[in-house]
Design a protein around this ligand. Structure first.
Ligand code: A3P
Length: 296
């Protein structure tokens, strides 16, 4: 049953071959024409790769580790989601930015070729976070079960096929991670891995800090690492998406802050599914050498 007349599992429509939520596709010209400020920071990810985590780290870095300042509003109100347009619950990124002063921390799931070109004209700093395909897919599956605006995930087995065919919202994971990888040097993109962030969060926070030309004290860095741990963020109402009503994000199905681990794919893939997936993966990824890790 629909929770309201305007809110339901939105169908996907292709934009230059990439399946996107219908409202995004219908507003595509406005999104493509968006002009950021040169000081704006772009955080780009395939969905469920660690976007919210990175948004929290960057906001804390820009606020010198001030926890209260970073509790001024929930994540999607502090850090606009570029391509999201109404209907609710996540506010339209472009509308939100009209009332925000740069530098803004802008989130996008768009693949490289769909990022509005003014980001590159203005040389905006861009942080890309990639997560290994299997954990990324597991996380997306649970998200699609609980997020009532995403297409029905269907059974797990079929979900693997859809992922492999690039039929989920925002398209192919393989093309996504490759697209930014190939452009990272030319566009000065900081390319991070979720697994590295889990393995040594301090090292990755410092890497982001340097990329943003910031220099914070060791004590502040330690505080940021602590404040952005999974356990603390899960309890932070301004970082855990509890702002979204439960008829839209149904936490009883799966919480937004679900497990935050590397290797949960082992609890989902059968040995046969892992083998089949790996054979296809090797073919799709043979033209690049991106150092993904499925365990740490
Ligand atoms: P799981 O579903 O595997 O738990 P995104 O923000 O891109 O939607 O990604 C969400 C995924 O990142 C979820 O993965 C979520 O639990 C995880 N995540 C969020 N904050 C995290 C943190 N501070 N540390 C580790 N993982 C985090």
């Amino acid at each position: 049953e629909r929770a309201s007349s305007s809110l339901y599992r939105f169908p996907l429509l292709p934009v230059r071959g990439i399946p996107l939520m219908n409202h995004i596709a219908n507003s595509w010209d406005t999104i493509w024409a968006f002009r950021p400020d040169p000081s704006d920071i772009l955080i780009a990810t395939y969905p469920k790769a660690g976007t919210t985590w990175t948004q929290e780290i960057v906001d804390l870095l820009l606020h010198n580790g001030d926890a209260d300042a970073c509790k001024r509003a929930p994540t999607p109100a502090r850090s606009p989601f570029l391509e999201i347009v109404s209907p609710p619950p996540i506010p339209s990124g472009i509308d939100l930015m009209k009332n925000m002063d740069p530098p803004r921390i802008i989130k996008t799931h768009l693949p490289f070729q769909l990022v509005p070109p003014a980001f590159w004209e203005n040389k905006c700093k861009t942080i890309y976070v990639a997560r290994n395909a299997k954990d990324n897919m597991v996380s997306y599956y649970h998200f699609d079960c609980m997020n009532k605006t995403q297409p029905e995930p269907g059974p797990w087995e079929g979900y693997i096929s859809k992922f492999m065919r690039g039929e989920l919202a925002w398209g192919s994971w393989y093309d996504h991670v490759k697209g930014y990888w190939k452009e990272r040097e030319k566009r000065n993109i900081l390319y991070l891995f979720y697994e590295d962030m889990k393995e040594n969060p301090r090292r990755e926070v410092e890497r982001i800090m340097k990329y943003l030309d910031l220099s914070l004290s060791d004590e502040v860095i330690s505080r940021i690492v602590e404040l952005t741990s999974f356990e603390i963020m899960k309890e932070n109402p301004m970082a855990n998406y509890s702002c979204i009503p439960t008829h839209v994000f149904d936490n009883s199905v799966s919480p937004f802050m679900r497990k935050g681990q590397v290797g949960d794919w082992r609890n989902h893939f059968t040995p046969e599914q892992s083998k089949m997936f790996a054979e296809d993966y090797d073919k799709k990824m043979k033209d690049v050498n991106i150092p993904f890790r499925t365990l740490i």
